[in-house]
Design a protein around this ligand. Structure first.
Ligand SMILES: CC/C=C\C/C=C\C[C@@H](O)/C=C/C=C/C=C\[C@@H](O)CCCC(=O)O
Ligand SMILES: [Zn+2]
Length: 705
């Protein structure tokens, strides 16, 4: 919509407020309507407001401020400096209607106290009660180099979701465009080139837009919600289909493009992106950062983080960024990053991305890690203090080849990203800690993660237990699980065993990566390449039931693992499950590595029906309630929840509240919602915490209800 328009707000006493669209023009129709809805909600609760001395509204609430002013309230509106002229213009145009005083002042979001989001119990339209934060709308205009348009190109179709487009130009000429709903997947933005001649080979389209208030890819945190509780914070999560909530794009992994960006943030905050930093300049109270990503990437790998960050150098090409209070812990935890990267290059080939930095995000980050190029995002739950969870770093580093270089062409073939990456991650683990460890990690993944997910979470006939899935009409976030990771890596493990030559299989991996680098692939392309490389092993490959592995639901045939380490775990577990007199000596457990300790607890879980009576002794013998390692703590919590052991309730609620990593909070909430005695408390806790949760996490947990 590019025409200007005004909206009327009936005040209910014969007077009408006229409000120009440009007051919130930078967010356009979507938010404009929610602001009007909020205004009408305010009107419905006028008596509630009239007893307020001064109502203080956060950013983006000018419309409601006007309504309250018209009703006689004294209102103090804070908003971003660049919006004040709009606000003041609207105030003066409606001055004759304002019974109360409405003041507008510039929001200095680093210094101003966050306006108390007053407790308007009766109606809390979320769009209103956002305390003043980092600009809720990510102002941006992008210049899209569309590249050489085909001769008869007349239209460009992009994905959008909640973006407020204010103009689209070809060089300086306005282009016509339409926005059509695409259901829950957002909107289809169709730009019509037909009205202009093709000027030269590099048509440049400039789209001026802003993101919506609730862009799913973005989490805005107030200072209070960060680890250090100092400065506001912003981070993105675009995978799988959220890039379209922050940039008009071909939001599919089958399209790749380079990108550059200029980002202005308030002085004192650092901005990083999934790209190479290209310097920054300060002017006044703003710092402008420039970035360049010269390697073509799919839209889901666009990433940005803004916060009070400190850097710790690990090597010439590796560093870790975090809020100051965790900087030393992060530097220690991830000190081996360069070593892991070198092993990965040996397995997969040259590292093409230049830098490999890590940024430790606040606890609301929904995933263990996200493989954003040049800048892996990680959860603070990896800060175990003993480097016992750096397999996630090996995983995200491996994505530099499988996923970021060779990319699944669509989310139905997600296993080409994740199954291969888990396989590479464990190859690195094997190189660093021995083949038995690789076999053990692989068996844990199959036995303790894949099997319970298929059998207990989805059911063995569920579509999402297939390797290649049909996701038509499905939000990939809802289909996300360990299946592509563990079923995919188990298939590769099986093939490698059948080929009977690990070295030769690793050569195949390297060749496959080199052949499909910078491309997007689908399963049959990979399979064809496999047969080509092992043309002398056709009979062996034909012995694989491909339809069962690729297209059938359920648990696949279990590969043959070296179970030396797993057997030790199962033996210790059986001392707890089978004998009346469980062990009292913690030494055998303490001597084990963290993965083995988790395997002991998971084996007890898998035995089914572990006696509640033994939980106190198990907990104290191994001090599980004090576990610093989140993987071990999670296994213990799930054991207690699965047998509905009363003392597990409080620690489970506390863990799910503090940790936004879905690998943990989703199964914990699912178990709490299924426990009659815990359900109401868990639902109340979840709903109260939604404003502090990542939008993706909140949406996924909401669907468990
Ligand atoms: C079959 C599902 C198809 C596509 C799903 C794609 C993306 C789902 C979206 O939710 C994003 C997932 C991001 C995952 C990031 C990191 C993982 O590798 C680790 C997740 C588990 C963990 O927390 O360790
Ligand atoms: Zn991954």
């Amino acid at each position: 919509m590019s025409e200007d328009f005004t909206r009327e707000v009936e005040l209910g006493d014969g007077r009408t407020l006229t409000i120009h669209q440009e007051l919130i023009s930078d967010v356009g129709g979507v938010i404009w309507d929610s602001a009007l809805v909020a205004a009408h909600l305010f009107l419905k609760n006028r008596e509630y407001w009239m007893d307020k001395k001064v109502v203080e509204l956060g950013a983006g609430t000018g419309v409601c401020g006007l309504v309250l002013g018209a009703l006689g309230a004294e209102v103090l509106l804070t908003d971003l400096p660049e919006r004040l002229p709009l606000l003041e213009k609207n105030l003066s145009e409606n001055q004759h209607l304002l019974k109360g005083k409405v003041h507008a002042k510039s929001l200095d979001w680093l210094k101003d106290p966050i306006p108390e989001s007053f407790s308007m119990k009766k109606c809390r339209p979320r769009a209103i009660h956002q305390p003043a934060r980092i600009t809720k709308k990510l102002w941006s205009s992008i210049t899209n180099l569309i590249g050489t348009a085909e001769k008869n190109t007349s239209k460009l179709v992009l994905d959008s979701n909640g973006l407020a487009i204010s103009s689209i130009k070809w060089n300086d000429k306005e282009l016509k465009y339409t926005i059509e709903s695409n259901g829950p997947l957002g909107q289809k933005l169709e730009i019509d080139f037909g009205s202009v001649q093709n000027v030269g080979s590099l048509p440049v389209v400039t789209i001026a837009y802003t993101t919506g208030e609730n862009a799913a890819a973005l989490q805005f945190l107030t200072g209070e919600q960060t680890t250090d509780k100092k400065a506001p914070y912003l981070f993105s999560q675009c995978q799988a289909i959220h890039a379209r909530t922050i940039v008009p794009s071909m939001d599919t992994p089958s399209v790749k493009s380079t990108y550059s960006a200029k980002v202005s943030v308030p002085k004192g905050l650092t901005c990083l992106m999934s790209a190479i930093g290209d310097g920054n300049t300060e002017s006044g109270d703003v710092t402008e950062y420039k970035f360049n990503q010269p390697v073509a990437v799919p839209a889901y790998l666009l990433a940005i983080v803004v916060g009070h960050l400190e850097q710790r150098v690990i090597s010439e090409r590796c560093a870790v960024w975090s809020e100051p209070s965790v900087a030393e812990a992060a530097a220690y935890e991830f000190a081996e990053t360069e070593k892991i990267l070198k092993v990965a290059e040996d397995v997969a080939g040259p590292y093409v991305w230049g830098r490999y930095d890590l940024v430790v995000l606040p606890a609301t980050f929904p995933f263990g890690g996200m493989e954003n190029p040049c800048l892996t995002f990680v959860t603070p739950t990896l800060l175990a203090g003993d480097r016992s969870l750096v397999n996630v770093i090996a995983h995200e580093i491996s994505h530099s080849w499988t996923g970021n270089l060779v990319t699944n062409c669509s989310w139905e073939h997600f296993w080409l990203n994740e199954g291969f990456t888990v396989f590479l991650e464990r190859k690195i683990h094997g190189r660093m800690y021995g083949e038995q460890e690789r076999q053990f990690e692989s068996e844990c993944g199959f036995q303790d993660t894949l099997v319970p997910t298929v059998e207990k979470v989805f059911g063995r006939n569920h579509e999402f237990t297939k390797l290649v899935q049909n996701l038509k009409g499905v939000d990939p976030d809802d289909a996300f699980s360990c299946v592509p990771y563990e079923k995919g890596s188990a298939l590769l493990f099986t093939i490698e065993q059948l080929i009977g030559d690990n070295e030769r299989f690793e050569k195949f991996l390297k060749t496959y990566i080199s052949k499909f680098a910078h491309k997007s692939v689908y399963t049959d392309q990979w399979k064809e390449n496999l047969y080509e490389f092992f043309s002398d092993k056709k009979a062996v490959l034909d012995s694989i039931d491909w339809n069962l592995w690729l297209n059938r639901p359920g648990v696949p045939p279990k590969p043959k693992y070296d179970s030396t380490l797993m057997t030790a775990c199962k033996q210790l577990a059986s001392q707890w499950t089978s004998s009346e007199a469980p062990p009292t000596d913690s030494a055998p457990f303490i001597k084990m590595g963290n993965s083995q300790r988790c395997a002991v607890i998971d084996a007890i879980r898998a035995s089914g029906g572990f006696s509640e009576a033994k939980m106190p002794q198990l907990t104290t013998t191994y001090q599980l309630d004090q576990a610093k390692n989140c993987e071990l703590k999670f296994s213990w919590l799930m054991l207690g929840l699965e047998i509905q052991w009363q003392p597990i309730l409080e620690p489970s609620l506390a863990f799910a509240l503090a940790i936004g990593r879905m690998k943990y909070c989703k199964p914990i909430y699912r178990a709490l919602f299924a426990w009659p005695q815990a359900r109401d408390r868990a639902i109340a806790q979840f709903k109260a915490n939604i404003p502090n949760m990542h939008p993706i996490t909140a949406s996924v947990i909401q669907k468990l209800l």
